[in-house]
Design a protein around this ligand. Structure first.
Ligand code: AGP
Length: 604
């Protein structure tokens, strides 16, 4: 989703801003822009629709020299995808970039227009610019005008402001990601900001995460970042984190796509997980929560994280015998849920920045629940809000379609479940983690079989993924993966639910990807028979070397589940990931950055 990068300091500002925007490309965007002060002291805005390279080529011709710049990649929410609506938005006095949504933009715009103010774009962002400029003209005070403008906007936003007469950057946010960074050592100081710390890797040695409604002032003269509350008083309301500059940027290595690389990382990540939780902070965390009792567990997440939650729910319920409910964050936040103090709210998120998930965390915090998160990004908003964080240690996930994060979410969820049960989770699950790792490795060595199946089926009209019980979440996740990257219609269904409606879709151009494990084997088999009887194409992913499965299927991918007590859904899911990847490859789509999608959904 939208990305922000800002820089002020002693080097050519366009370089780190463009580099930062490039690193945020994986998040998804449809236009990009930059604003900087030119040598005459005027604010200049350059923006282009489409890929960052379009912007880059204009800048390469202009070769601007500047020490202060802000840049943005836009994922359209208000207004069409075009150059006018792209950020930054600017005038003679200010240039701004904005992530999030100004919910009362329409009302503010109407009243500003009634006062004679002019607008040029369809965006909500321009409302901030126009209001800020109006207030600044009245008061002549930048900080006050930003704060007053910010007070008037509703909704979750992060805004970065560049003023023509100052060599400083200002930023402020509410429930939207924002990070400031400082690089020490250079004479005049170098200050950065972004919506994602990944943009700043290698550039900074200190990160500052401002709280909501805190104005950040990045002043290279002072070589420091000042923080102010909404009364304009200096404050220390931010979290500081030292980050190693050794942290590396992800590369695709030998793989054609990040997604494929991330799929292949899973055996290693699975194996190393037990290590993280056997010592140090991981072990301390497990020791802290061991045996903790909750009356009820509410699991909340979106998309793939929600699917991981479904798998975790099954494990929690069967092991703890406690009531567990699971909600999509976008629904939970508006359905006025009954929440009690001795309940656990368990949030699952790769990015830790998903707007709906964060809104639910705010709600649960207000209601006094304990907040645990299963999260990948340390230091993310969700991470900072939670009472305990179960990091999934999946490393940076660049592919928009989540793969390795799903796997590690489930595994960490299981470690959490057994710990709450009072067991030594590493003892209980350690050997199964190793076994799973070996089985994924063995599965990856059969990648070519799935590639061949993908070639056979990629042109079919639609795909219905089915599974029962522990495999139902995998049917949902398999279908989501295919939709996301191959742009074909796919649905995940509980196999037993087919005859309640979707079976009407079945004909010879429909593929049923049927997950058949040893649990409920006969029942799932008969659901698959029903599809076969209606001429659907059958791909069975299930127990290996089974003659019944062989005879029913057009394509059969047998799996060795021996020894897997809890993690067979994870193994099946890896099959789904590979299959989606190769179907998408046949279709020739943009696998790592699928159309219309953003890696982290920071707006509602
Ligand atoms: C996964 O492939 C998707 N891109 C998407 O559904 C994702 O899982 C969802 O947006 C939640 O993101 P989060 O884990 O960062 O909160």
């Amino acid at each position: 989703m939208c990305g922000i990068v800002g820089y002020v300091g002693s080097r050519d500002a366009v370089v780190p801003v463009l580099e930062g925007l490039q690193r945020l490309e994986y998040r998804g965007y449809d236009s990009a822009g930059i604003s900087f002060k030119n040598p005459e002291g005027k604010l200049q805005v350059v923006k282009k629709e489409g890929k960052l390279d379009n912007l880059r080529s204009v800048l390469e011709t202009q070769k601007p020299k500047t020490s202060i710049a802000i840049g943005h990649t836009r994922w359209a929410t208000h207004g069409h995808v075009n150059e006018t609506n792209a950020h930054p938005h600017g005038n003679d006095l200010f240039a701004i970039v904005h992530n999030g949504i100004i919910e009362n933009a329409f009302e503010l715009k109407e009243s500003l227009q009634a006062e004679g103010e002019k607008f040029h774009s369809e965006t909500d962002t321009e409302v901030f610019l126009v209001l800020l400029t109006k207030l600044f003209k009245q008061t002549g005070d930048i900080k006050k005008s930003i704060i007053e403008t910010f007070k008037q906007i509703e909704g979750n936003s992060a805004v970065v402001i560049l003023n023509k007469d100052e060599n400083k950057l200002y930023a402020i946010k509410r429930s939207a990601p924002l990070v400031c960074g400082r690089r020490s050592g250079r004479e005049s100081g170098e200050l950065f900001l972004s919506s994602d710390p990944y943009a700043l890797v290698g550039y900074v040695d200190r990160l500052f995460f401002p709280d909501d409604e805190i104005l950040c002032e990045l002043d290279p003269e002072a070589t420091f970042i000042h923080f102010y509350d909404l009364e304009g008083n200096a404050t220390e309301q931010f979290q500081k984190e030292a980050r190693s500059t050794q942290e590396t940027l992800s590369t695709k290595g030998e793989f054609e796509h990040f997604m494929l690389k991330e799929i292949h990382e899973q055996p290693f990540l699975t194996k190393q997980l037990a290590g993280f939780y056997s010592e140090g902070v991981g072990k301390e965390l497990l020791d802290r929560v061991k045996g903790k009792k909750f009356d009820h567990i509410n699991i909340i997440g979106c998309g793939t994280a929600w699917h991981a939650g479904l798998v975790i729910k099954n494990i929690l319920e069967s092991e703890l015998r406690v009531k567990v409910t699971i909600d999509l964050a976008s629904e939970f936040r508006y359905r006025d849920p009954v929440l009690e103090k001795n309940e656990l709210a368990l949030f699952i998120s790769q990015s830790g920045e998903t707007a709906d998930t964060i809104a639910c965390a705010e709600l649960c915090k207000k209601k006094g629940l304990t907040l645990y998160s299963i999260v990948n990004v340390k230091g993310s908003t969700l991470y900072r809000m939670s009472d305990e964080n179960f990091l999934i240690y999946a490393g940076q996930e660049i592919g928009v379609a989540s793969t390795k994060a799903f796997t590690n979410m489930v595994l960490v969820g299981a470690l959490m479940a057994f710990t709450l049960k009072g067991e030594d989770a590493i003892k209980t699950l350690g050997s199964e983690l190793n076994l799973l790792s070996d089985k994924i490795e063995a599965l990856l060595s059969r990648e070519n079989e799935l590639k061949i199946i993908a070639k056979e089926i990629f042109q079919e009209k639609g795909f219905i993924y089915t599974g029962r019980n522990i495999y139902f979440p995998i049917a949902l996740e398999g279908a989501l993966k295919l939709k996301e990257i191959a742009y074909v219609h796919a649905e995940g269904y509980a196999a037993g639910e087919l005859k309640h409606g979707p079976i009407a879709l079945i004909d010879e151009q429909m593929v049923n990807i049927s997950i058949v494990g040893s649990e409920l084997f006969e029942k799932t088999l008969s659901n698959t028979e029903e599809v076969k009887a209606r001429r659907g194409k059958i791909l069975v992913v299930g127990v290996k070397e089974n003659s019944k499965l062989k005879s029913i299927s057009d394509f059969y991918f047998g799996l060795d589940f021996d020894g897997l007590k809890y993690f067979s859904p994870v193994l099946v899911n890896v099959v789904m990931q590979i299959l989606s990847y190769y179907i998408a490859k046949e279709k020739g789509t943009d696998i790592d950055k699928p159309r219309n999608l953003a890696k982290s959904v920071t707006v509602e």
